[in-house]
Design a protein around this ligand. Structure first.
Ligand code: 13P
Ligand code: SF4
Length: 310
């Protein structure tokens, strides 16, 4: 970049001059989280996007999250530092295949996890996130058959919590499906005083060892308020940054994946860096753009989610 640039200062200055808000997910690298105006889980970020008064939304997260912000704010510019920051769950549910799946169950009520493309959202009756999925499913009349996509593990967790039967799309997240049950059990033996906190995108074999299951925000709140002092954290390691800030005296042990690494990072989330964030604000690109008809069609199920989450 030639002369060294104070990225944090430049970003703060650009934010002021553009009247921008920086929204970041907990899985972003810590220096990106630290320059954000708001750090949250998928639901909180969608709610923040729905109510912001800023002219420009700079989204430090993955593509479907920036899409959600755009659908809720068709008149605003939405920037994403790296447009290639996708999501394996969303990619594993192509719209044409989803349409065929839906056609097999024409009378069903369709619930899609927010980790899906705008096209899949547009074919859904309501959207959910990991923090409101149980609440959303409980709102659906008992006599309706439910289709749930694209995360089968979250779907199974919701079925258990609500007692509802659902037809599940067989999708999963490459980050959460590779936690090792064997290594988790070993860690529990080494740290018998630790509580296990896990994200519902993990497989049942892993979730059955958890003391607490919840969205990133729910897990964070739990570790901060719980009287326990030590936690084994079974989700993406970026969340540890806010955990250490919220409870600096506590011990957090990231659960290892089944691939030789010590902790688990989402390769898509980590495509965004502080430097890319600076450049995208300075150049006002890459910008997230969506066809207007798709934006319009995906708005109703998203708005229903926000209403049902109140
Ligand atoms: P949360 O809504 O819990 O933040 O989850 C987002 C996500 O992508 C999990 O992999
Ligand atoms: Fe998608 Fe998994 Fe990354 Fe979340 S952690 S953004 S579900 S690939």
């Amino acid at each position: 970049m030639g002369v060294a640039v104070d990225l944090e200062r430049e970003i703060a200055e650009l934010k002021r001059s553009m009247n921008a808000v920086i929204l970041a997910h907990y899985y972003q690298e810590s220096e990106v989280q630290d320059v954000a105006d708001f750090v949250g889980d998928s639901l909180a970020l969608a709610q923040a996007a729905a109510t912001t008064r800023a002219d420009v939304i700079v989204f430090c997260g993955v593509h479907f999250m920036a899409e959600t912000a755009k659908i809720l704010n068709p008149g605003k510019q939405v920037l994403l530092p790296d447009l290639k920051a996708g999501c394996s769950l969303s990619d594993r549910c192509p719209p044409a295949a989803f349409q065929a799946f839906k056609a097999q169950h024409p009378d069903a009520f369709v619930v899609s996890y927010v980790n899906s493309s705008a096209a899949v959202k547009a074919m859904s009756d309501v959207i959910c996130t990991s923090s409101n999925a149980v609440k959303i499913v409980n709102r659906i009349p008992k006599d309706r058959r439910i289709l749930f996509a694209p995360d089968q593990h979250l779907g199974r967790h919701v079925m258990k919590e609500t007692g509802r039967d659902m037809v599940l799309w067989p999708g999963s997240c490459i980050v959460h499906e590779i936690f090792s049950e064997k290594k988790l059990v070993q860690l529990k033996v080494e740290h018998p005083d630790a509580r296990v906190v896990a994200h519902p995108e993990c497989e049942q074999a892993v979730l059955r060892h958890a003391d607490f299951i919840g969205s990133t925000k729910a897990i964070l709140d739990h570790v901060v308020t719980s009287p326990a002092e030590k936690f084994i954290v079974v989700t993406e390691a970026g969340i540890l940054h806010q955990m250490k800030k919220g409870a600096p005296h506590k011990t957090f042990i990231p659960a290892p994946p089944d691939n030789g690494c010590a902790c688990n990072e989402c390769p898509y989330m980590r495509l965004n860096t502080l430097e890319k964030l600076y450049r995208c604000m300075k150049d006002r690109t890459p910008e997230l753009v969506l066809p207007l008809d798709l934006q319009g069609a995906a708005l109703a199920p998203l708005t229903r989610m926000l209403e049902w989450s109140r």
